[in-house]
Design a protein around this ligand. Structure first.
Ligand code: FAD
Length: 335
């Protein structure tokens, strides 16, 4: 529950359908990727512009109510969780505003899914290099806040090496524009400072990111080692041979066993891709499951999903409804 006066104000700023306060609607916001740490937010708001984010922040400040930004909620540090306050959910600010291939940069809203930028830049022979393993769903705003890296980090660096500028709403509601398309512009160092602050200093509402030319060719190799030490020695051997790979990933035997124990379902050898989201206000709690092949999903896997959702959302014994649907857009398809 949040203060009713603040709820009215948020409704006035954002309009109908963009302020969620019901238990079922806000259930999935209880945690991020770190599901051990949970808290029930008082409300979740869905701004669509920088001006709206600023108005929300000012309203929260006036009501002395804490708030936190949230992208896709894949963070593993419990940062996008809020006990009783307001979650500012940025998934609707998901526009790629401009791609400038000639100058190798793009301007994006924070809710753009990491991988969607690389898909959009592909026709220009460019990509967004930071590639956390969650890149199919995590947002660029979240990447900036967490200074995310990924397998490409070895060659291309982490998110901070690819952020040229930002528009952000500071903790006191002030709007700042830092950096710009060219490196070392006014405010560049403040923009770099904001990267990695996990939303504690500002909410980023627009980002200018560097684009890199796509590699002309990629060869993937798998090597099996008898020990972790031998595997890590191979990294030194590869680098000292003068080869800078675009990615190196190590899986130990525990991870390999875990992956093999929970495969995504496959029918006739083809993997079925799944994503889910909650349906607002539904009783019993309802999860819409986007599935690449809904009709082919085995019943046993639906049962497994229900049990996992119950466990993840702390709903022991509560009936859960699943709506299986084919994903209609890149987000729903997890493309
Ligand atoms: C399967 C899996 C694999 C992962 N792999 C990697 C990996 O390889 N490398 C890696 O670095 N991380 C990895 N992560 C962690 C996570 O995906 C990244 O930290 C990602 O950057 C978070 O993005 P998000 O949109 O989900 O952010 P959220 O989880 O929603 O938020 C993360 C933090 O950023 C803040 N935040 C979000 N948006 C904004 C904004 N616009 N302005 C200000 N603050 C904001 C939130 O308040 C919170 O503190 C992985 C997570 C999972 C679940």
């Amino acid at each position: 529950m949040i203060n009713p006066q603040l709820e009215r104000k948020l409704n006035a700023i954002l309009g109908k359908g963009r302020v969620s306060t019901g238990f079922a609607e806000t259930l999935v916001y209880q945690s991020d990727g770190l599901t051990l740490h949970k808290a029930q937010p008082g409300c979740v708001v869905f701004p669509e512009s920088t001006a709206e984010v600023q108005s929300v922040v000012l309203a929260c400040l006036a009501a002395d109510t804490p708030y936190v930004a949230r992208g896709a909620g894949t963070g593993l540090s419990g940062g996008a969780v809020m006990d009783g306050g307001v979650i500012v959910e940025l998934s609707r600010m998901n526009r790629i505003i401009a791609i400038h291939p000639e100058d190798r940069y793009a301007v994006v809203q924070p809710g753009v899914v990491n991988n969607h930028l690389s898909i959009a830049a592909k026709p220009y022979g460019m990509e967004f290099a930071p590639d956390p393993s969650s890149q199919m769903v995590c947002t660029i705003g979240g990447n900036v806040a967490e200074n995310a890296g990924g397998p490409h980090t070895l060659k291309y660096g982490v998110t901070t090496n690819h952020v040229l500028g930002q528009t952000a709403v500071l903790g006191d509601g002030e709007l700042v524009k830092t950096g710009g398309p060219w490196p070392v512009q006014r405010g560049s160092s403040f923009s770099s400072f904001l990267v990695g602050t996990e939303g504690t200093v500002a909410i980023t509402t627009e980002i200018i990111v560097r684009l890199m030319p796509t590699e002309p060719g990629v060869k993937t190799m798998l090597a099996v080692f008898d020990s972790i030490a031998a595997a890590t020695d191979s990294v030194t051997a590869i680098l000292s041979a003068g080869v800078l790979t675009s990615a190196l990933e190590l899986m130990d035997s525990h991870i390999i066993k875990a992956v093999e124990a929970h495969p995504s379902p496959a029918v006739a050898g083809r993997r079925i891709r799944l994503r889910y989201m909650t349906q607002a206000n539904a009783r019993p709690p309802t999860f819409v499951v986007f599935c690449s092949r809904p009709k082919a999903l085995p019943d046993s896997y639906s049962r497994y999903l229900v049990n996992s959702l119950r466990e993840n959302f702390d709903l022991p014994g509560v009936p859960i409804r699943l709506h299986l649907r084919k994903g209609r857009n890149p987000y729903e398809r997890g493309a």
